[in-house]
Design a protein around this ligand. Structure first.
Ligand SMILES: C[S@@+](CC[C@H](N)C(=O)[O-])C[C@H]1O[C@@H](n2cnc3c(N)ncnc32)[C@H](O)[C@@H]1O
Length: 272
């Protein structure tokens, strides 16, 4: 897959893609990232791409003719882009589902802005606008890298094992279950017994229940309880009961510890 990024700071994209899994994916020919300098399309010798906003106000706006020339160049590429995306806080929020759709393309073009963003007429030149979240960054380079990395890890062969992402948060419509590794006990925090049981069926049920319970507690917007089948409803109820019992136990242990400390202070005061 090819991902072309039009940006005023291609070096920011190049610095990130030259390390770790993205670099390996490019070396192995699974992905090609092309970072192109928007200043090449400035149409003047200074490389200036922005101008003051009509109607006045603070900040500068990237010209529509600059965006148009950049997109024209990409459209002449082989293969031409399947999709052109303008990165903007006002765009449609990126989701894992959208990432999966984008990962199926051959060539994706991303337009990354700076300053106050692009002239609004740029929206008519692209297929869609995409936001990486409800906050404003200084430029579109990090959003572009977020899109690139989210896509790259879904491309065949990029991650060590396809299993690595299949059960992750959002891939199944649920948040991921909690994971643990050694040591089994750390400062009074224990790895759940079931995970050390070696019983695959119990482990799978526990994980499913915890994924359901985590989603229900942390992201209720993702979970349609009414659509769960009887098995999932039972696993969710069991996990919620266990979590409730764990939190009661944790708070009584904390209260015990606090009473112990208070007792020690009183004893010390009486001794003094
Ligand atoms: C300072 S922002 C412009 C913000 C714009 N004036 C607004 O309020 O919506 C400059 C550039 O950063 C990028 N950007 C900033 N935050 C983003 C986000 N949450 N999602 C996608 N792109 C973002 C866009 O490419 C944008 O053109």
């Amino acid at each position: 897959m090819i991902i072309t990024v039009h940006t005023l700071f291609p070096g920011l994209i190049d610095a990130y893609r030259s390390e770790a899994i993205l670099a390996r994916a490019e070396r192995e020919g699974r992905l090609e990232v092309r970072a192109r300098d928007l200043r090449r399309f400035a149409g003047n010798r200074t490389g200036r791409v922005d101008d003051a906003p009509y109607g006045g106000g603070a900040g500068m706006v990237i010209r529509v003719d600059v965006a148009a020339r950049a997109l024209d160049e990409s459209r002449a590429d082989v293969p031409p882009p399947d999709r052109t995306i303008l990165l903007a806080p006002s765009g449609r929020p990126l989701t894992q589902e959208r990432v999966q759709e984008l990962a199926a393309l051959d060539h994706l073009v991303l337009l990354s802005g700076r300053y106050e963003g692009f002239d609004a007429r740029t929206e008519a030149l692209v297929d869609e606008e995409l936001s990486i979240g409800d906050y404003v960054l200084m430029g579109g380079e990090l959003p572009a890298l977020v899109v690139i990395e989210a896509i790259a890890r879904l491309l065949p062969g990029v991650l060590g094992s396809q299993e690595s992402y299949r059960d992750e948060s959002f891939a199944t419509g649920l948040l991921d279950w909690p994971e643990y590794t050694r040591p089994p006990s750390f400062r009074g925090l224990e790895v759940p017994e079931v995970l050390r049981s070696g019983h695959h069926g119990r482990v799978a049920s526990w994980r499913r229940g915890r994924a359901l319970a985590r989603t229900a507690r942390r992201r209720p917007d993702l979970l349609d309880r009414g659509a769960l089948d009887a098995h999932d409803r039972a696993l969710l109820a069991e996990a919620e009961a266990e979590i409730e019992a764990e939190s009661v136990e944790a708070s009584s242990e904390a209260a015990e510890a606090a009473r112990g400390e208070a007792g020690a202070v009183t004893d010390a005061a009486e001794d003094a």
